[in-house]
Design a binder for this molecule. Structure first.
Ligand code: SAM
Length: 501
């Protein structure tokens, strides 16, 4: 990425101001002898923290006093509009408050932090976090901000349905703008221009996306003052946890393999090296075992190391269609709609299933061991298949369903064949093949967003292929077992040890 020199020096100025501001917070530490905040825009990673020299394991890299965090407990907004913040008395962590100005709100910790961030931004120089707010992003690469044409590059990825733009628009319209409008004298400093609804909505979107990619969960400390790292970077969309913006901790970039950890202490959060770090290496945090699609949705980037966590959704309808095809002329015996109604009356019946690889967790030093391998279909998919066969038997007493229900090997073969067909159909839902995607990547003509789309969709296709290969291997094994049983016992001999379905 080209970085023009004017923009480059502005970028460096706000970084310097932020560092000065951070280091003068009471209780803050920053090992400037060991680490530096650097401009990583050349590799599309914004700011990041780099080791200036070799660092020993367990070294504390920086400390953030809790009062430097932006959250509902530290911002002055809470005292100015206490009614809006009164969510404690509600079991679900939500309030349906009606304040003196009649603005109705149903807030949670997520919307309250958006309000706090809007408030602090609108205070300008008067906010005690101004130098920190200046290093937060003004533009995002998350799909929330993509055009329809850009989104179409994700093809059949389930990510498309999860972008959530309409939900965010509605939340801003019903929970953010009314609160600001009802308290304009609080949000807009005297003499400042008031934002119109479109400008407020844009600011709220920016703050929402910043929180999504930067905020920490502040309430998950265990008795040792530590946080389960998978929960540390949160997406608490149910509003049940206390969220906060943690200056400096959120300058750390992250990957599926990482070398630093943020410990949550009583008075401060500390960033610690998990293992020896070499001079020049980036200090990396961990956002959890996220598939690239989810990394893109929440944070706006993808990495090669996160591919191991990729997932793909298999809609049940595709498995059902395969089964229908296999029923062939026997379909005449069935009232398909009645049978479906019966199957769907089971409360556990699912519309789709998530396929994923088995992969070990990173070790205590942040390193990954072993490959991620596809080793099984979801148990629930097998259960659902059986439920469906039972419905077929009940409604039509179709011979092959009756047989499959009593013969485990036959059922397993039928199941695997149907899922194999469904996986192939799922692959065909994408507009390009895995090979097309590889050619596109190799041609090197894609924009950043296009590259990320191809990465996400080809990661899903790759997993579909691995699942198909796994099924073919299992089917081959079953055939070989059967053949060897026949040679051992003769065709009429008792079946040898049956495999579990
Ligand atoms: C908590 S911030 C980290 C600091 C950020 N780079 C900045 O300049 O403010 C999270 C954002 O950093 C970027 N990021 C984090 N890890 C990254 C990585 N490994 N590669 C590229 N970008 C990354 C993404 O834009 C993400 O939304």
């Amino acid at each position: 990425m080209e970085v023009d020199s004017d923009a480059g020096s502005r970028f460096a100025d706000v970084t310097r101001n932020f560092l000065n501001w951070f280091q003068t917070r009471h209780g803050a530490t920053f090992r400037s002898d060991l680490i530096a905040v650097e401009d990583l825009r050349g590799r599309n990673a914004g700011r990041g923290i780099i080791a200036k020299q070799d660092i020993e394991a367990n070294t504390v890299l920086f400390t953030i006093p809790r009062n430097a965090i932006i959250c509902t407990a530290t911002s002055a907004l809470r005292d100015k509009i206490p009614g809006v913040f009164d969510i404690e008395n509600d079991d679900a962590g939500q309030s349906d408050s009606e304040d003196e100005d009649g603005a109705s709100s149903s807030q949670d910790s997520w919307t309250l932090l958006i309000l706090v961030m809007i408030y602090e931004c609108l205070q300008g120089e008067a906010s005690r976090w101004k130098p920190y707010l200046d290093v937060l992003p003004s533009a995002f690469d998350t799909p929330m901000f993509w055009s329809a044409a850009e989104l179409s590059q994700l093809q059949a990825s389930a990510l498309v349905a999860k972008v959530g733009k309409e939900e965010a628009d509605l939340m801003i319209k019903t929970k953010i703008i009314p609160v600001v409008r009802a308290h304009e004298h609080v949000f807009f400093p005297a003499g400042s221009a008031k934002l119109d609804d479109a400008q407020l909505s844009e600011l709220a979107h920016r703050m929402g996306s910043t929180i999504m990619a930067y905020a920490f969960d502040l309430e998950k400390d265990d008795e040792n003052g530590e946080v389960d790292e998978q929960d540390e970077w949160v997406e608490d969309r149910e509003g049940k946890t206390m969220l906060g913006m943690v200056p400096m901790a959120d300058i750390l970039n992250a990957d599926a393999e990482f070398n630093a950890h943020i410990n949550h202490g009583e008075d401060a959060l500390t960033a610690t090296a998990l293992r020896p770090i070499k001079a020049g290496d980036e200090i990396l945090n961990y956002y959890g075992p996220l598939p690239n699609g989810e990394l893109l949705r929440r944070y706006g980037y993808v990495t090669a190391k996160h591919s191991r966590h990729d997932v793909v959704e298999l809609p049940w309808g595709l498995v059902e269609a395969e089964l229908k095809e296999r029923l062939g002329s026997r379909m005449a015996l069935l009232d398909w709609d009645k049978m479906k109604q019966l199957a769907w009356s089971d409360e556990d019946f699912e519309e789709s299933f998530v396929l994923e690889r088995s992969s070990e967790d990173p070790d205590s030093t942040g390193l990954l061991g072993g490959d991620a391998i596809f080793t099984s279909l979801p148990d629930e998919l097998g259960e659902q298949f059986k439920t469906f066969l039972k419905a077929i038997k009940k409604v039509g007493n179709v011979e092959f369903a009756v047989q499959a229900l009593s013969d485990k090997d036959m059922r397993k073969d039928l199941y695997l064949q149907a899922v194999l067909g469904a996986l192939q159909a799922r692959e065909r839902q994408y507009a390009t093949s895995l090979e097309d995607d590889e050619r596109l990547m190799n041609a090197g003509q894609l924009t950043g967003r296009q590259t990320m789309s191809v990465w996400v969709r080809s990661g899903e296709k790759q997993l579909l292929r691995e699942a198909q290969s796994w099924i073919r291997r299992v089917l081959d094994e079953m055939r070989n077992d059967k053949a060897s049983n026949r040679t051992t016992h003769g065709d009429d001999g008792p079946a040898a040890k049956r495999r579990r379905f």
